[in-house]
Design a protein around this ligand. Structure first.
Ligand code: FES
Ligand SMILES: [Fe+2]
Length: 457
């Protein structure tokens, strides 16, 4: 980078003045795991993104035809279907897929549609346990393994061969405790699809975690706009101005690791570069409200190290897990991976979220947001069954959900509070394009470029 003459910087080379994420985490003096040492930014262009991508019915229909049936997407986790006969009906647009535990160590997925006259075998978005799949209309029945079991009035269907009337399968593969499905006839293996994500998460095995809390909310925006509110931290200064004294967002690190995997990484317990009032480490700590009153920063210490030590102790004791090897950064920071097209993964300890954003049925103007908290299991702990999602409507605050806490609940309210005005603004726009920042919004551009590779295939 040319610091003498900033004008001479090439597009994408400019960075926020002041301490970088890297400077802050290096200041912790902790040994960082390999993935947190990685940095990979690439300039991907600076042309406007047409807003029609968020509002046009034709564009939405093209996604339904060329994107969703071709990608790996996570449907459920191990703990959603622990017993043989457990199923999970996962819907995406017009498609509906049954993920079923066929045997203790075998899971299959089927298109959720009867081979007689098409009726769904199980309701959309339902879960349950069944001995077989019996269609509610005329009673055609399939075994859990997909083979045809029974056709009432079999004499009337001499043209039906049992062998040809197994339930059509959908590819299913497991990673990190998640079952991913892919409707394509010949998809790339999941491992290849995940690429760098799987390598990074060897450090943070998600199979050792369980769903503590699951919130599902309908958001009033296109599925892409809804998730893009979480792909950058640029909005923080305006949208989350109350946390800038102790949350460093504008100097977030942005990485693009592959066509499908990107990340942002920003720190907590350190002021944002936009914060101008000088603060002592003690004042930073006090403002976070994350430690018991009276906690002090020792001479030469930092708010971050006091907070991280506190979390290690409290969370470690509460959950019976050993966090002594975890860096301050893993304890505190917002480390957020994105897997194309719609999955977000946080490997952190205090912030252990998973997001999924999907179209809400066939509506380009709304999305379903699944927000899960994945906590680490104690050694030898049985994984609890997955909790029922708390379903909240557009106008209901996340803060009303027990277990989320008012700090995060309020942040999520702020994050999704802009979406309705953005979706309406897309329609009202005279300028029919979004203009993105070269660095802070590179993950949004990556998402659209990868989307184009599917739509143009
Ligand atoms: S539609 Fe399923 S049995 Fe008739
Ligand atoms: Fe936010």
């Amino acid at each position: 980078m040319n610091i003498e003459n900033p004008e001479a910087l090439k597009p994408g080379e400019a960075r926020c003045p002041g301490a970088s994420t890297r400077d802050v985490v290096n200041g912790d003096g902790c040994r960082l795991p390999e993935p947190l040492l990685a940095e990979n930014y690439e300039f991907l262009g600076d042309g406007d993104l047409p807003v029609d991508r968020y509002v046009s019915r034709d564009f939405f229909d093209a996604e339904m035809k060329k994107l969703w049936p071709k990608v790996w997407q996570w449907a459920c986790r191990d703990e959603h279907i622990p017993e043989v006969g457990d199923y999970y009906a996962y819907d995406i647009g017009p498609y509906s897929i049954l993920v079923v535990r066929v045997a203790e160590d075998e899971v299959k997925a089927y298109h959720n549609s009867c081979l007689h006259r098409g009726t769904q075998l199980r309701p959309s978005d339902s879960t349950g346990n069944v001995p077989h799949f019996r269609c509610p209309f005329h009673g055609w029945t399939w075994n859990l393994d997909g083979s045809l079991k029974e056709i009432p009035c079999r004499w009337d269907f001499p043209h039906v061969s049992d062998a040809e009337f197994s339930l059509p399968e959908v590819h299913v593969a497991k990673w990190g405790g998640f079952y991913f499905v892919n409707m394509d006839d010949d998809p790339v293996p999941l491992e290849e699809y995940l690429g760098p994500l799987a390598r990074h998460f060897e450090t943070w095995p998600l199979a050792d975690r369980y769903v503590r809390l699951h919130i599902q909310k309908i958001l009033p925006a296109n599925w892409k706009a809804a998730q893009e509110a979480f792909l950058e931290a640029y909005h923080s200064m305006e949208t989350h101005s109350h946390i800038m004294a102790y949350s460093a967002n504008l100097n977030a690190q942005y990485d693009v690791f592959s066509e499908r995997v990107s990340r942002f990484y920003h720190t907590f317990g350190f002021p944002d570069p936009s914060w101008t009032e000088p603060l002592t480490e003690q004042e930073i700590l006090d403002r976070t409200g994350m430690v018991p009153p009276g906690s002090t920063v020792p001479p030469g210490g930092t708010a971050r190290s006091v907070m991280a030590a506190h979390m290690r102790k409290v969370l470690g004791e509460e959950r019976g897990i050993d966090l002594s090897e975890r860096s301050d950064s893993e304890m505190l920071d917002s480390i957020e991976y994105h897997l194309f097209p719609n999955m977000f993964l946080f490997p952190g300890i205090a912030l252990p979220m998973i997001y999924r954003f999907r179209p809400n049925g066939m509506d380009p103007d709304s999305a379903i947001f699944d927000l899960l908290f994945l906590e680490q299991l104690a050694p030898g702990q049985q994984r609890p069954e997955a909790p029922e999602p708390h379903r909240i409507d557009i106008g209901t605050s996340y803060e009303t959900v027990p277990g989320i806490g008012s700090f995060l609940g309020h942040i999520y309210d702020q994050d999704t509070g802009n979406l309705e005005m953005q979706q309406r603004g897309f329609k009202a726009a005279r300028k029919r394009g979004e203009t993105l920042g070269n660095y802070q919004e590179v993950r949004i551009r990556r998402l659209h470029q990868t989307l184009d590779s599917y739509l143009n295939a």
